[in-house]
Design a protein around this ligand. Structure first.
Ligand SMILES: Cc1cc2nc3c(=O)[nH]c(=O)nc-3n(C[C@H](O)[C@H](O)[C@H](O)COP(=O)(O)OP(=O)(O)OC[C@H]3O[C@@H](n4cnc5c(N)ncnc54)[C@H](O)[C@@H]3O)c2cc1C
Length: 457
């Protein structure tokens, strides 16, 4: 049996940095990966999708050439070249993680599927490894719900979409949330017909209704069709096409497409870890139960990243690493509950979000002030010809602290950090109004937006 100071399962967004931290401190560490180095973000998530979003954006701007004073002719997308660009960007990151890990002194890199044999031992490739500290960073995969037709009808997920090097004639996206909307807009811009089927009454159901409605209008203006309230979704092969049964309140009971993408959430990779042999518990959806410092119910075993259900983003997984590492190495008692909600939806224009939603603010019962400002009045947006969306900020009426914000508009994914950092500083929003900002930017409008606060209802 080989002994290590630490064993890490998975090379997602937390594992490699943690391995480097242990190795750098002169501790022996083993890191185990069963598939591709870098995990979801690098291979099938953020990096490849945002690379594809960039190709789709370029095609979209080229089609709008007339508005900017040039003629690009008939814009046709070569999906093989789009995929090759995506593969190159994603491949560089994947190689980068692998080479980084292999180059670390004190770090043993193992390719294989890891399973617990006991609370202190892991089996991989028929070998038993032992450590006092074990870190689980196994991430998740696309959920495939047991909807009628699933066993018989071919469908795509965010992973198999990475192999697509052709233009689907009509892509039906099941799921109108973050992943579904990004793929939907991207493929519409590549040239596919796109229909998005969503079982809820709104797209991106956790967002404020006005945000959801504005995103819908932006996508509809590009020719994407929506079927909301699709309570009972099923798949059926119809000759060369695929029928998606929608059981909606309005419209035909079926959408016919050539390809179906399932984008209906994620499932943690915890079912095949042998957790029962270590006594580690999960909730009923398979998420590992952790405390505020990411320890599972078994001392000496931690869970980081998507598999602990405390975040579903690259930055939350990396922040998990920082929390665990600071607690272990710096005696800095950082906690998950100290972090603020922050993320982006990478449609174009993007949505940057931080803090609470309207519903959460209402539930908190605090007295709040709010303001909403259209991007059509932001000169940077007008200059760029990208005036869709709005900025919305809500603050605490007494403390003047920012409670939540949504910036749906050009640069929204970047500008949101101005507000986020003020929130982390526990400073009142008024500091933004005393700062000198750069012109012309979207951020320079934040003081103007904040000067129009009204009671939040
Ligand atoms: C389409 C899509 C787009 C996304 N876009 C964004 C975005 O723009 N921004 C953002 O912040 N987030 C985005 N995300 C989410 C982001 O990718 C994840 O939150 C992020 O990758 C964190 O993952 P992780 O560290 O938990 O583990 P992962 O990256 O999922 O890695 C887990 C690793 O563990 C390995 N593994 C699993 N089980 C075992 C085992 N038993 N033995 C050995 N190895 C194992 C897996 O092979 C995998 O490599 C996106 C996700 C998707 C699906």
């Amino acid at each position: 049996m080989k002994h290590f100071d630490a064993i890490i399962i998975g090379t997602g967004q937390a594992g490699p940095s943690l391995a480097a931290r242990f190795a750098g401190a002169g501790k022996s560490v083993a890191i185990i990966e069963r598939h591709k180095f870098g995990g979801t973000c690098v291979n099938t998530g953020c990096i490849p999708t945002k690379t594809l979003v960039a190709s789709a954006y370029a095609a979209h701007v080229a089609r709008r050439g007339d508005e900017y004073g040039f003629a690009a002719g008939d814009v046709r997308v070569d999906m093989k070249r789009v995929k090759a660009r995506k593969d190159a960007v994603s491949g560089r990151s994947n190689k980068g993680v692998e080479e980084w890990l292999l180059g670390l002194e004190n770090c043993t890199v193992i390719q294989g599927h890891a399973r617990f044999q006991s609370p202190r031992t892991i089996v991989v490739n028929d070998e038993i490894l032992e450590a006092d500290k074990i870190f689980i960073n196994v991430g998740g995969r696309a959920s495939v719900p047991a909807m009628p037709g699933i066993p018989d009808v071919p469908f795509l997920t965010n992973s198999s979409m990475m192999e697509v090097d052709f233009l689907p004639e009509h892509l039906v996206v099941v799921g109108g949330s973050y992943v579904g909307l990004e793929f939907g807009q991207m493929y519409r811009r590549f040239g596919s017909e796109v229909t998005i089927v969503e079982k809820g009454p709104h797209l991106i159901g956790r967002e404020d209704e006005d945000v959801s409605q504005a995103v819908r209008e932006i996508l509809e203006a590009e020719g994407i069709r929506f079927r909301l309230n699709a309570k009972c979704i099923s798949l059926l092969k119809q000759g060369s096409q695929i029928g998606v049964g929608v059981d909606c309140e309005g419209g035909a009971p079926e959408v016919l497409g050539t390809h179906v993408l399932l984008a209906v959430g994620r499932t943690p990779n915890t079912h095949d870890l042998g957790l029962e042999r270590a006594g580690v518990t999960t909730d009923d959806r398979g998420y590992l139960l952790v405390d505020d410092q990411l320890q599972t119910n078994v001392p000496g075993i931690w869970a980081l990243g998507d598999c602990n259900g405390r975040g579903a983003f690259t930055h939350t997984s990396y922040n998990d690493y920082e929390i665990v590492a600071d607690n272990l190495f710096n005696a800095d008692h950082r906690r998950v509950s100290d972090r603020l909600t922050a993320y982006a939806l990478y449609t174009d224009p993007p949505l940057g979000r931080c803090g609470m939603t309207d519903a959460e603010i209402r539930k908190s019962g605090c007295r709040a002030l709010t303001t909403k400002y259209p991007m059509s009045r932001v000169s940077r947006a007008v200059e760029k010809g990208e005036t869709q969306g709005f900025m919305k900020i809500t603050v605490h009426a007494e403390t003047k602290q920012i409670l939540g914000a949504a910036i749906l508009g050009t640069g929204g994914d970047e500008v949101i950090h101005v507000l986020l950092d003020v929130m982390y500083a526990n400073a009142p929003y008024t500091v933004i109004q005393r700062a000198m900002h750069i012109h012309p930017t979207v951020a320079e409008y934040l003081p103007t937006v904040l000067s129009k606060l009204e009671p939040f209802v």
